[in-house]
Ligand binder design. Structure first.
Ligand code: NAG
Ligand code: NAG
Ligand code: NAG
Ligand code: NAG
Ligand code: NAG
Length: 400
């Protein structure tokens, strides 16, 4: 593992060398390894705590995602078949393998290259600027945890990070542009920092967590900043996730609060649960949301394999993620067995008023109203897109 000291040096080096710290564009992606990219952001949508949307989402009707569930689950159309779900090997193909490899395993765009040189995947491991590259990585973290943060929540994030062992790479998405201040925490010096103003967790996830980039990480936590983790330990959590075969999971939520869904509420005395009984009429099918097969978007944990599919399902304009939780099950089969809530390692949803009022006030309505409306709009678009895609696929494969 790279020491904080050398990481800091690199940060300093990059500041003096790059000189882009106060660049003209508003979006600056910063990492401590000293790579800076500046780019213009066409979007200036306000951000809002995702949690509040989740809490208020019961006000909206639950869209009918179950329409096509009686049919056999089919894989989603692959965006890039050459580089689809089978390309998870982290090793370059053996040069002396059969011609099959020459044809099949080259990612799109790499056809001209000899397979032995193709580096199809990457990682967030920090490297030194000097010495033998082979000796850079004395330790490779096996898991990845990301937090979407503002500086005001630093003390909570500091407490949360302490529940994640050295086996985790820590990646912070900063929505308020404040990154260097975090160096007051020792761990922040070896974390990866990505800073783009006023974007949401799922915007960052789509852009910076491509499955080929996060390929070395067995589990990926994509978390909000306002979670209380007094009763949570990440390594213990993963033991239970493995034991119960969960591909998509979240920690149980402290039950003495008003929650939207029973599914994500912690059950005292249980290790893991995969289904609940909602009041009569709420669940048409006991294997489908909201009775089973979903977790909420505030603190999900994915296996590498599940994330590879989820990333493709995530739309570029589904930035608030409303309704995404109900669709996650499209990526695992059978969903009611592979999606679950870990009761024995649980969290409290604290609902800090983080970026709540960064919406834009229009026509006299409260700023959050515009953000909320947008959430519903995204959700509706996502639903009809998904439905259309499924119908098109059924037709193409000779279905009804
Ligand atoms: C993935 O690989 C397995 C065996 O290597 C093969 O049976 C399967 O058809 C492949 N799936 C896809 C989608 O290419
Ligand atoms: C291919 O490489 C493997 C080791 O990677 C070796 O055992 C095998 O003999 C090689 N085959 C040929 C045909 O060279
Ligand atoms: C980190 O992972 C290794 C390998 O699985 C394990 O032995 C070790 O206990 C883990 N560290 C902690 C703090 O759990
Ligand atoms: C969980 O159950 C145990 C024993 O059944 C009880 O002592 C404890 O207070 C309960 N905890 C909560 C948070 O309800
Ligand atoms: C504001 O009001 C005007 C006129 O009533 C309307 O055309 C416009 O769409 C409204 N804008 C928003 C954001 O609601």
């Amino acid at each position: 593992m790279l020491s904080g000291k050398s990481a800091k040096k690199m940060g300093n080096f990059s500041h003096s060398a790059g000189g882009t710290k106060h660049g003209g564009t508003r979006g600056i992606i910063t990492t401590l390894i000293g790579i800076f990219f500046g780019f213009f952001l066409g979007l200036s949508f306000p951000m809002w705590s995702l949690n509040k949307f989740t809490l208020s989402s019961s006000l909206l009707p639950i869209p009918d995602l179950s329409k096509h569930d009686n049919q056999q689950m089919r894989p989603l159309p692959q965006v890039s078949s050459e580089n689809g779900c089978n390309s998870s090997s982290t090793e370059a193909p053996k040069v002396n393998d059969t011609s099959k490899i020459l044809v099949q395993s080259k990612p799109r765009g790499a056809e001209k290259l000899p397979p032995g040189i193709i580096a199809a995947e990457s990682d967030f491991y920090l490297r030194r600027l000097f010495g033998d590259p082979k000796e850079d990585l004395t330790f490779k973290q096996r898991y990845l945890v990301t937090f979407t943060v503002g500086y005001n929540q630093r003390n909570n994030i500091d407490a949360v990070v302490k529940k994640f062992s050295e086996n985790f790479t820590i990646l912070l998405f900063h929505y308020d542009g404040r990154t260097t201040e975090w160096n007051e925490f020792e761990w922040a010096k070896r974390a990866i920092h990505v800073s783009v103003p006023k974007q949401t967790k799922w915007w960052y996830a789509k852009r910076f967590l491509h499955p080929d980039i996060v390929a070395p990480y067995e589990y990926i936590f994509i978390w909000d900043e306002d979670l209380g983790v007094e009763h949570f330990d990440a390594e213990e959590y993963l033991k239970l996730v493995r034991k119960h075969g969960l591909e998509i999971s979240q920690p149980g939520l402290e039950p003495d609060r008003k929650l939207n869904w029973l599914m994500t509420k912690r059950i005292n005395g249980s290790e893991v649960h995969k289904k609940v009984e909602e009041p009569p009429g709420r669940c048409r099918d006991p294997h489908l949301p909201p009775c089973a097969a979903f977790v909420e978007i505030m603190a999900p944990v994915f296996t590498r394999e599940a994330w590879r599919c989820i990333w493709y399902l995530l739309q570029n304009d589904l930035v608030h993620g409303w309704g995404f939780d109900l669709a996650l099950r499209k990526c695992v089969e059978p969903a009611h067995e592979k999606i679950g809530v870990v009761d024995a390692q649980w969290i409290v949803h604290q609902s800090f008023p983080s970026l709540g009022n960064q919406g834009v006030s229009r026509n006299g309505s409260a700023p959050w109203q515009g953000v909320r409306d947008r959430c519903g709009k995204e959700w509706a678009m996502f639903n009809s897109r998904l439905r259309d895609a499924e119908i098109a696929q059924e037709r193409a494969s000779g279905g009804p």
